[in-house]
Design a protein around this ligand. Sequence first.
Ligand SMILES: [Ca+2]
Ligand SMILES: [Ca+2]
Length: 170
Amino acid sequence: MVDPNVARWFEQVDKTRRGRLNAAELQEALKNNNYSSFDINVVAAMIEMFDKDRTKTINLNEFNELWKFLGSWRQCFDRFDNDRSGQIDAGELSTALQQLGYRFSQHFVPVLMQKFDYSGRASHLQFDGFVMALIKIQRLTTAFQPYDRQRNGTAQFTYEQFLATVIQNT
Ligand SMILES: [Ca+2]
Ligand SMILES: [Ca+2]
């Protein structure tokens, strides 16, 4: 079942009326709290995840699934946006990662800020950067775990295993 509000929004951004959104149209549909559009890299990642019929475009059913996915991430984002600024700063991100069960040192958060603050300021994550950061961490953690036999956060792998893992997951 497609939510009628979602269907209406889909129709508004489907300017070409072809029943499917390309990357530019989807980018128009996905907004951060400050009304900026999602970064095009995040739009591309969303298409890759939700384009089930491999058309490189997003139809209404795919859009509906994407919308539900982002809705649950939005709740998570709002929960960790402690000062209600509509963006996630380094302190909020650090708390979020801890509460989501990750154990990182203080050196790791700046790496994330650098990469996922698409404004280039490395100071705040908008919703798109927050979602992207957590998706990547989830994926790479899952890819790392089979190598981490003692479950202590260290692993040995060959150069080729490392490359394969990164290429498959980023
Ligand atoms: Ca599709
Ligand atoms: Ca905030």
